[in-house]
Design a protein around this ligand. Structure first.
Ligand code: ZN
Ligand code: ZN
Length: 302
């Protein structure tokens, strides 16, 4: 599981940062969170294949989070895409996507399936779940978690040998969660596997003030990607516009006991993000301001 920060700026693009978009590379597919203007150009500069994007989750309908969609959809069509593209977002997303598909002289060669989702929605995609909760912004805005299903426990070789199971295909069957039979004895996976191990979890806050719902959603996440629009000297503006300061984002990370915090949605006013990183680290040590096109591999904790 690899996170690619395509755009890490907020509000409008700057020379240093494009507006928000985050790609998550999973086996066989890419999941995208937000798609600000210019995201497809950022994709060209990255190692993410834009044709592998299956699902796009839009946090809210401010332009810096969705304006990249029409161009990206048109390019996918021009490149011969046939596979459906699924777009999820808060109320109003479906209407917006319909308008985008009707822009100019364009007919998509593939189907775009758009779905409005509300707070508390859980989507099961087989190997992983996506959960959405209402964040605290100036308009309806969602935070998302992507959480892998638990993995089987560790295979206990000594126990398997003691039970007389021969090494080879029977080991794999048990590891895959199936029962086997050895010398007339039925052996279940629980007899040779340890306790199921947690999968990896990442959470993206979208635009938000510090939020208890986001804290609950982010509990023990490996990675939290959080709104960090301003430093604390502009705390009043952050509150008025439904954003977080660096210290507030770090406080959320600390309360949620996450592994690593990445700060995004940086205001175009910052060329040097030192102040944001210092403020965040004084509250939560493992904090960093994400850079455009930087990557982070999320490893299993065990
Ligand atoms: Zn924004
Ligand atoms: Zn916004």
């Amino acid at each position: 599981m690899r996170i690619v920060f395509l755009g890490t700026g907020g509000t409008y693009p700057s020379k240093l940062r494009n507006v928000t978009s985050i790609a998550v590379q999973l086996p066989g597919e890419v999941v995208m969170f937000d798609c600000g203007e210019g995201t497809q150009r950022q994709l060209m500069h990255s190692t993410v294949s834009f044709m592998k994007i299956r699902k796009i989750f839009i946090s809210h309908l401010h332009a810096d989070h969705f304006l990249g969609l029409p161009g990206l959809i048109q390019s996918m069509s021009l490149n011969g895409r046939e596979e459906d593209l699924h777009i999820y977002g808060p109320k109003g997303t479906t209407g917006n996507v319909e308008s985008m598909l009707a822009l100019g002289y364009f007919k998509s060669g593939f189907t775009v399936v758009s779905t409005d989702i509300g707070s508390g929605k859980e989507l099961d995609f087989g190997g992983y779940m996506i959960k959405a909760v209402q964040a605290e912004h100036s308009i309806p805005s969602l935070a998302f978690s992507l959480e892998e299903k638990p993995r089987p426990g560790r295979f206990d070789l000594d126990k398997a040998k003691a039970l007389g199971i021969p090494e080879g295909p029977l080991f794999r069957r048990l590891q895959g969660g199936r029962k086997v039979s050895v010398g007339g004895k039925r052996i279940t996976p629980s007899m040779v596997l340890g306790r199921p191990r947690a999968g990896r979890k990442i959470v993206y806050s979208g635009d938000t003030k510090p939020s208890e719902r986001v804290i609950r959603l982010a509990r023990k996440a490996d990675v939290l990607i959080h709104d960090c629009t301003l430093d604390s000297s502009h705390g009043g503006i952050a509150r008025d516009f439904g954003h977080s300061t660096a210290a507030e984002a770090a406080w959320v990370a600390k309360k949620a006991k996450v592994g690593t915090l990445f700060l995004v949605h940086v205001s175009p006013r910052y060329e040097d993000v030192g102040i944001l990183e210092r403020e965040a680290r004084s509250v939560f040590k493992n904090s960093q301001v994400a850079k455009d096109l930087s990557k982070y591999t999320v490893r299993y904790p065990d």
